[in-house]
Write a protein that binds this ligand. Structure first.
Ligand code: AMP
Length: 288
């Protein structure tokens, strides 16, 4: 059986969630402080490679890793040769174009030719301004781009933003969103040809965890005569499961999968329908 090597970020924002995701499918991931760069994570079948998120597209493209997890922003900037398999539920951020608060421009269209833009994403920013028809100069930085207007190193910045607080702290205001990003699972085209079935097995395990993350398993005792009403707002995956309660003819136990963001609303509707003993529990994996 072929060994599958998965590359995940060794540090930074994506690292904890990527490790957690692989742990959720049963891989052994050592704690961050006693980590080697390459570890055997499961009975000789799985290896995990810890690497910079910027190096992961290259490792996956060359087949040095079979699959990998990195940011969509990084893939769009420098990851053409990999197969994108699955968007993941973490690493949400936006690549934003921002101006100093004191600048007079109100939109990116007003940025004059020759302006300087500091960024870690020269390709994305260049094509953004090419679409606008403005000839700007890129100042490539490795990080902390938000400092550059304050020290006179650039006129504007294009940087990753999650809440916007770092931009506000540096007296910058967003002009436009260049890209919405999140973590993505990618695979090497060569590995997909060679070890397709093993990779599909790993991907479907990850997919089942991703699916389960946004759902909850809900149980409740429901009056029998209210079941038609409850059925109306609880579609479930196929349909809710109904089970008898010992010694009760008027109530049944109902089990159903609901979307996490609908749980509170569903509980309110169930209470209106006379439901009791409502329990909500997490789901480890879900295969639809
Ligand atoms: P970093 O850990 O800051 O080197 O960023 C690595 C990757 O994490 C980025 O390329 C993004 O895909 C992602 N990321 C998620 N949230 C943020 C954020 N608030 N700032 C920067 N990067 C983020």
């Amino acid at each position: 059986m072929a060994v599958i090597r998965t590359a995940i970020p060794n540090k930074g924002r994506l690292a904890p969630d990527a490790s957690e995701l692989l742990r959720a499918i049963g891989l052994r991931i050592p704690d961050a402080n006693d980590r080697k760069l390459l570890v055997d994570s499961g009975k000789g079948r799985y290896q995990v490679l810890f690497a910079s998120p910027w190096d992961i597209p290259r490792y996956v493209e060359s087949g040095a890793a079979d699959v990998g997890i990195t940011g969509l922003d990084i893939l769009e900037e420098a990851g053409n040769g990999v197969e994108r398999l699955l968007p993941l539920n973490f690493g949400f951020c936006k690549l934003c174009l921002a101006a100093p608060e004191a600048a007079t421009v109100l939109s990116s269209k007003e940025i004059p030719g020759g302006a300087t833009i500091a960024t870690q994403f020269p390709n994305l920013v260049r094509s953004y301004f090419r679409r606008l028809g403005t000839d700007v100069r890129i100042v490539e930085v490795r990080g902390a781009a938000e400092l550059t207007p304050n020290i006179g190193a650039a006129d504007f910045v294009a940087d990753l933003v999650e809440t916007g607080s770092t931009l506000r702290m540096n007296h910058l205001r967003i002009l436009d969103v260049i890209l919405e990003s999140r973590a993505v699972l990618v695979a090497s085209p060569a590995s997909l040809e060679e070890k397709g079935s093993e990779i599909r097995e790993l991907v479907s395990a990850i997919e089942s965890v991703v699916e389960a993350e946004s759902r909850r398993y809900l149980m409740a005792n429901v009056p029998v005569d209210r079941l038609p009403q409850v059925r109306g707002f609880l579609p479930g995956i196929t349909a809710p499961t109904i089970m008898n309660l010992i010694g009760r003819q008027d109530m049944v136990a109902m089990h159903v999968v609901v979307k996490e963001d609908e749980v509170n609303g569903v509980i309110a509707l169930l209470k209106d329908a006379g439901a009791t003993g409502i329990l909500v529990v997490p789901i480890e994996r879900m295969v639809v």
